[in-house]
Design a protein around this ligand. Structure first.
Ligand SMILES: Nc1ncnc2c1ncn2[C@@H]1O[C@H](COP(=O)(O)OP(=O)(O)OP(=O)(O)O)[C@@H](O)[C@H]1O
Length: 726
């Protein structure tokens, strides 16, 4: 069979739909499902999924060429035992140690990003010194000003005023330079960090997405990383963050240089405030955490309600949703009140300490002024510094409080991602492509490059050359059968339940194989394995005799196209959804129209208000099921993959839509290796072969007439459907 498909691409014309265009306009539906507090504790102790190791290459007992060094993931137990996989196969032990799981947010990750901004760091620090010096010089000049007013000072009045004016001009200038540089530097660091974490999530194994809810993951990217971003954005004003700490340090130094007697009074103030801060920190930590968790639950409840609005409506569930939301609001209110009470107690305590210190200063300092030991100017400066110190200490307390929340957020991100397992055959494929590709300037390059990815590359370098087969996955798939050889499988999150038990099936090249069987027998699981969302626990899947695990997953993804019952469209235009068939290419409008015509979708698309530019809504909700299905088929036509999997692709459609979609599918199946799953047996009776799946195995295999004649499980299924029809 030729490697070319029925839909060759024509050169890009003026009007095209690109992945960049798609990225710009895509508004991904985000849902947030942190429903209760227990969920957040899951963040801290994520469930350990079955660990992954790279299994050695295997020699086939079926007499085919052995894979030299397959890139294989399998459960640790199997690897550790060093045994064959139950099929009599064994192999040389070329394996790579798992990539050490590094923390996604750590100083080791942030520092390389910061070090790209050296000039800005220097500018920020220089301007910080500048504005702090100006701020700290002000009380000193106020003291001198009073001295001059009462006729005891040295300089002239106007000279002093002009110096004070210079300070007032310089301080805001330094502040602007400081704020601008800090902001730009941190924005760049955060953009890179967020991009890296998004990428790291994207390359996790599929079970990672089974384990965590979408809302939990988006929460890490938005609110938790947002908290890290605020470390700078919320702490660059005066009396916050670095400025507060530098003012505290500078003030104490100046006070000691002004009067060694009075400085300890303010030192006492500092000590008292610090102790109070420590007590505050300890006492508010649980309240602070639970407040944050309830806030996340509120968001999760609202997201879940609105994303399932049709289900809520159809069950008249509004009252229940309102009551759930209301209970969360009450809990939020209660924790907010507790938090407020603790904050106000701390605030008053801090003020009381300041007032006590000021009183001590008035008494002690005042008496020293009276006896002539201290000048009025110095006393005035001391009062000014007391306020500077007060505000700076309070700002520092706020910053520390904020940092506490940030550390909790970082801990959440790290605990989720550092224990999760990267899908290495996917990560490797991605890195390889990015390396080959000339990343253009206009691309957000920082999202592609990170330290973790280079680790993946370095790790895999020594044996990745073996990963390549003689030819690429797609061309093999155009010409060879696909075999599931003694495949065993259990889902990682339910490792004790064996869904497939030694399943054998050959899907013939260029032919249609139908998969039927009772619900729960494992049909969709076979699809997931063929698409390599998961890997078999035992056994293997081959294409033209080659273990599919020898292809990186991006390469394999181009060989397989899946159309299922509920195709997911992105909330962009119809044209962009079809163009997603080739997500990394600029697809011409001509090709999109061609694919749409072949998928019986063109007529309805041009009748839409903006034709191919019509927005399809969230998950394609503004289109009918049949229309969504035909767009998905057009997308697959454009993708032009040699292997096609139709998982109940027409089961949700009415008779008219089904006919249109079936015609489109017939077109799509032409010349491809197709696996069709259907409950309605009438849709598969013309398949070249029908496999009956039962209890994780293929129980019967043959053509429709052979199986009916055989009088086994298939024949009774046919009989049952006939009866139901009559
Ligand atoms: N992600 C998952 N994690 C854990 N178990 C799963 C997962 N997906 C499916 N299962 C379980 O695997 C078994 C087989 O499911 P599968 O979806 O393959 O059946 P099926 O034959 O396609 O059923 P149907 O015809 O109803 O779609 C079921 O018991 C199901 O509960």
């Amino acid at each position: 069979m030729a490697a070319s498909g029925p839909l060759p691409l024509s050169p890009s014309l003026g009007s095209c739909y690109s992945s960049q265009q798609y990225q710009k306009s895509a508004i991904f539906p985000l849902s947030f499902h942190r429903r209760n507090l227990i969920l957040t504790s899951r963040f801290c102790r994520p469930r350990r999924i079955v660990p992954c190791v790279h299994r050695p290459p295997q020699r086939s007992c079926y007499g085919r060429r052995a894979v030299r060094a397959a890139y294989v993931s399998a459960p640790a137990s199997e690897h550790a035992a060093g045994e064959d996989n139950g099929t009599g196969r064994s192999g040389e032990t070329i394996s790579a140690a798992p990539i050490s799981s590094s923390l996604p947010v750590s100083w080791g990750v942030i520092w390389p990003l910061l070090s790209q901004q050296k000039l800005r760091i220097v500018l920020s620090l220089a301007s910080l010194v500048g504005c702090t010096t100006c701020t700290l010089a002000m009380p000193l000049f106020s003291g001198k000003f009073y001295e001059v007013l009462i006729g005891r000072g040295t300089g002239t009045f106007w000279k002093l005023v002009s110096r004070i004016a210079t300070l007032y001009i310089l301080e805001p200038i330094f502040t602007v330079v400081f704020v601008i540089n800090m902001t730009i530097m941190w924005e760049k660091v955060m953009a890179s960090l967020r991009g890296q974490i998004f990428k790291r999530m994207l390359i996790q194994k599929v079970e990672f997405f089974d384990q965590y809810k979408v809302g939990e993951l988006t929460g890490l990217l938005t609110s938790d990383l947002g908290s890290l971003k605020e470390v700078v954005s919320e702490n660059i004003s005066r009396d916050r963050g670095l400025r507060a700490f530098s003012e505290i340090f500078g003030t104490i130094c100046i006070l000691f240089s002004l009067s060694i007697d009075l400085a300890p009074v303010l030192g006492l103030l500092m000590m008292s405030v610090s102790i109070l801060v420590a007590i505050f920190k300890r006492s508010t930590l649980p309240v602070f955490q639970s407040h944050g968790m309830i806030e996340a639950s509120i968001s999760g409840c609202a997201t879940e309600t609105f994303s399932a609005i049709r289900t809520v409506r159809s069950f008249a569930g509004e009252r229940r949703q309102m009551s759930m939301f209301g209970n969360l609001l009450l809990a939020y209110e209660n924790s907010g009140l507790k938090l407020g009470a603790l904050k106000s107690a701390n605030e008053s305590l801090t003020r009381m300490v300041v007032y006590i210190s000021l009183m001590a200063l008035y008494c002690l300092g005042g008496s020293k002024v009276k006896t002539g030991e201290l000048s009025v100017g110095t006393m005035t400066s001391f009062i000014g510094y007391t306020f500077t110190l007060t505000f700076a200490v309070q700002g520092a307390v706020n910053t520390l409080g904020h940092l506490r929340g940030t550390f909790a957020a970082i801990e959440r991100i790290n605990s989720v991602l550092s224990t999760a397992e990267v899908d290495e055959p996917l990560a490797y494929g991605l890195e390889k492509e990015l390396k080959l590709e000339d990343l253009k300037d206009d691309r957000p390059w920082f999202i592609y490059k990170d330290d973790y990815s280079s680790k993946i590359n370095a790790q895999n370098k020594h044996y990745m050359y073996d990963l390549r087969s003689v030819t690429n996955g797609c061309s093999l798939a155009w010409s060879g059968d696909i075999c599931l050889e003694d495949v065993y499988f259990s889902y990682p999150l339910r490792a004790d339940v064996e869904v497939l038990n030694g399943l054998n099936l050959t899907i013939k090249c260029g032919e249609v194989t139908a998969l039927v069987g009772p619900s729960g027998s494992g049909k969709s699981t076979i699809v997931q394995l063929l698409a390599r969302f998961y890997e078999p626990t035992k056994g293997r899947i081959t294409v033209a005799g080659e273990d599919v695990r020898t292809f990186d997953k991006r390469e394999w993804a181009r060989a397989v196209s899946v159309v299922n019952q509920e195709p997911v469209l992105f909330s962009v235009s119809v044209g962009e959804n079809i163009a997603y068939g080739l997500p990394d290419k600029d697809v011409s409008k001509e090709d999109i129209v061609k694919a749409a015509k072949a998928a019986n979708a063109h007529d309805f698309i041009i009748s839409l208000p903006q034709g191919y530019d019509t927005q399809v809504g969230e998950r394609g909700g503004l289109l009918s099921g049949g229309q969504r299905q035909r767009i998905a088929i057009a997308r697959s036509l454009l993708k032009n993959a040699p292997i096609l999997i139709l998982d109940e692709a027409t089961s949700a459609l009415d008779a008219v839509s089904e006919r249109l979609v079936q015609e489109a599918l017939d077109h799509l199946m032409k010349g491809r290796t197709s696996l069709v799953i259907a409950h309605r047996l009438s849709t598969v009776q013309n398949a070249h072969q029908i496999a009956v799946c039962s209890e994780g195995k293929i129980a019967e295999l043959g053509t429709h007439s052979e199986l009916v004649t055989k009088g086994g499980g298939y024949a009774s299924l046919v009989g049952a459907q006939r009866l139901a029809f009559e």
